[in-house]
Design a protein around this ligand. Structure first.
Ligand code: GDP
Ligand code: MN
Length: 361
């Protein structure tokens, strides 16, 4: 899950990384009482979950006299389609240089990788593309708790030595916060010292419980609901809802939909041994997606009993057509129940998917 800049900065600060003085506001007038403490000039930064805010108009500079007006302006903007609900107002740093620093997981070494560049800021991507040597990179053995001096020298090159403690502290953040990415761009030098002028922190979704994060904000309401029930669920953009048991069977259902030139609305694997209740939740969840016209349920009865599945589908009682293909335990009883309630149960996966694609067209 991605943290917003102000949340990431609060974490960085706890780990001893200097950040600018700041205040978070939710309405333009809220900035006024804080201006004296923040200094003559401030930077207003939209707290929206997108990269490249600066270039998209999400960052404004202002002095005391026009800070409220600038805040009003920024609150009225949309940044890459997102409304601005919170603004971080910061003291304006007299920046002498902008560096780039990030720590992520290197999939090939299966360990942390630290990237550092002398030319940080909003143009880091193009700078890195134009000059492959612009970004220096070191990978670390996972058990180290600090960057060894020889690797630190390699990273920093001729950059000031007082950046080294920030790198080690960010590495501690990365380890202790179960991060997928910890980034400071730009990491700036000023006459008063070094600061994280921006902050990005992505926490591994698998570590949210350990990090005390109860709700994954990156998920839609439906994705959160699916997680609550333990469904493996992914939203796609078609109109054919898909429910299967087992990742393989569900994936092949998606493949077959594609083969018949239909478009799946989702992937949902109810898992093994689904009972009436689970199936009912799954059907309701998929039926709730606004574009779904038809739902194909493709299940193999083993521990999962087909009569339980049928009862779940019937109990869900949803508006989109539900087309069922089931085979295995208690198949006959399942077929009888479904037929009684007017549902179509087809013999083969092929026939069920074909029927679903036709119904959606
Ligand atoms: P991003 O565009 O979302 O990455 O937003 P950043 O927080 O990185 O800000 C973009 C750019 O705004 C930075 O690279 C700086 O050049 C500039 N900037 C941000 N904060 C300050 C500040 O306090 N003082 C000055 N002079 N420039 C700033
Ligand atoms: Mn930035």
């Amino acid at each position: 899950m991605k943290l917003l800049e102000y949340e990431a900065k609060s974490v960085f600060k706890d780990f001893g990384i200097p950040v600018p003085k700041s205040v978070l506001i939710r309405a333009p007038e809220e900035v006024a009482p804080h201006l004296a403490a923040l200094g003559d000039t401030v930077v207003l930064k939209a707290q929206v979950d997108v990269g490249g805010r600066g270039k998209a108009g999400g960052i404004l500079k202002a002095d005391d006299a026009d800070a409220v007006r600038a805040a009003r302006d920024l609150f009225s903007r949309e940044i890459k389609g997102l409304p601005v609900r919170e603004i971080l107002v910061e003291e304006r740093l007299p920046i002498t240089h902008e560096y780039y620093l990030s720590i992520a997981i290197d999939r090939s070494t299966k360990g942390p990788v630290i990237l550092f560049a002398d030319a940080g800021g909003v143009d880091i991507e193009s700078a890195a593309q134009e000059d492959a040597g612009a970004v220096r990179k070191v990978t670390l053995p996972p058990l180290l708790t600090e960057v060894p001096a020889f690797l630190m020298r390699e990273l920093l090159g001729d950059a000031p030595k007082d950046l080294a403690p920030v790198i080690n502290r960010l590495y501690r953040v990365f380890r202790e916060k179960d991060a997928m990415l910890a980034e400071i761009n730009p990491l700036v030098t000023t006459e008063k010292g070094v600061y994280a002028a921006d902050a990005k922190l992505i926490v591994d979704d698998n570590a949210l419980a350990r990090q005390g994060i109860a709700v994954n904000r990156d998920l839609t309401d439906r994705e959160q609901e699916a997680e609550k029930h333990g469904f493996a669920y992914v939203e796609l953009d078609g109109s054919i809802g898909v429910i299967g048991n087992g990742a393989g069977l569900t994936m092949s259902t998606l493949d077959l939909i594609e083969f018949y030139q239909g478009r799946a609305a989702n992937f949902l694997d109810v898992g093994g041994g689904a009972d009436q209740d689970r199936v009912q939740h799954a059907v309701r969840l998929v039926a709730g997606m606004p574009d779904v016209k038809v739902i194909v349920v493709n299940l193999l009865g083993g521990i999962t009993r087909c009569d339980e599945v049928a009862k779940g589908i019937i109990a869900a009682g949803v508006a989109p057509t539900v087309i069922v293909r089931m085979a295995g335990t208690n198949e006959e009883e399942g077929r009888r129940l479904l037929a009684e309630h007017g549902y179509r149960m087809l013999e083969s996966m092929d026939a069920a998917v074909k029927a679903a694609v036709e119904a959606a067209a």
